[in-house]
Design a binder for this molecule. Sequence first.
Ligand SMILES: [Zn+2]
Length: 215
Amino acid sequence: MKRKLSPISQQKNLTAIAKMLFLAVMTVVAVVLLQWQPEPVVAQDDNGVQIATGSSWQGASFPVEDFRGYSSPFGYRISPTGQATREFHSGLDIAAPMGSFIRNWWSGKVVEVVNDDRCGVGLVVESGYWDHIYCHMLGDVNSASGQDYLIDREGGVLIRNGQYLPAGARIGRVGMSGRATGPHLHWGMRYNGEWYDPALVLRAMYGEQSQVSQN
Ligand SMILES: [Zn+2]
């Protein structure tokens, strides 16, 4: 005759099952996290070779192809439209000829296709804790089936909100949409939701490259 389980051992069995379920769920979560977390710091160069490192800037790309200079730094400044008040400039302005290609700084996911009076046509890309923002681009923003797209036909660029972009990908072209007095890329960065000076990122990127080349 089969022995009936006492309520206490049933309880124990249930606890064991709950523990096993918990472990199984945590294993799945861990696997998903392990697969997902390195993604923002994994970039692909043009040969498709992975450069994976959490502390190196080697996966990063300079954001414009035809660099002409920095036209306005990050921080407080006099308003470029002549208002007497000081305003906070949340990014670095990089001057480049109209139509110069903009490159995605770091592999990541498009989390916003922007179309407003200030930024003009732009993109926000999320790479782990970083958001990188591109403004004043050429092209239009269209919506189809509930998705926003940046479309720059002449530049051969079509970017969908939610799309993953490799580092260095051409994501649009320099224009002067929104509030801009000349063609430039307004390049903004947020780390963990806080504005961050892109010049510091560039300094880190190029400081590291010169160290590498000296070795
Ligand atoms: Zn700007």
